[in-house]
Structure formats: C-alpha cells, structure tokens
Unconditional design. Sequence first.
Length: 102
Amino acid sequence: MLGPWQVRFSLAFALNALGRHEEALAETKSAGVLDRAFTRAERAQETGLADLNEAMALFGLDRAAEARPRASACYQECLAAFGADHPRTVQARALLDRVDGA
C-alpha cells in the first residue's frame, strides 16, 4: 500500500506530465513535509523523487536556475542509491541535460 507521501509524489509527477507545474510544485512540497515523518530506510525507494518532481516543475515554469540544483541533487542521490541504469537516475540525468541546454 502506498503511503500518503508516495501518493503526493505520484500526483506531482502526473501534474508535471500534464504541464500543471504550479500544482505539481505544491504537491511536491506537501509530500516533502509528509516524507520527513518516515525513516530513511522507509523512504529508500523514494530516493530522489522530491528533487526530481520539484526540478521538473521549476523547469516547466521556466525557472531553470532554480531547477538545476534540484536536478543535480536528484541525479547524485539516484546514482549513489540505484546506479546509472536505474530509470529514475536516467530520468534525472535527462532532466539535468535539458536544464543545462536551456
């Protein structure tokens, strides 16, 4: 079963995909508050999600300067936790490349 922060991260991801970046940013911030109530071990599978969702939303709002540190943090976290071939690591790298190309 998904925890409340996982539902919010999923919603934020979907909102970003729909181009609803302001709402995605709000959901990501709400999820981050909920996320802190759980242990690191409980959150391990969610590594990088908050930064990824926030970076996607900020980039979608043409705030690349704010998105870059989040995308970079997400990439580094995911690379360390999952390795270079994990889908979230690949997604973070792609977003970082898009931000750097903007």
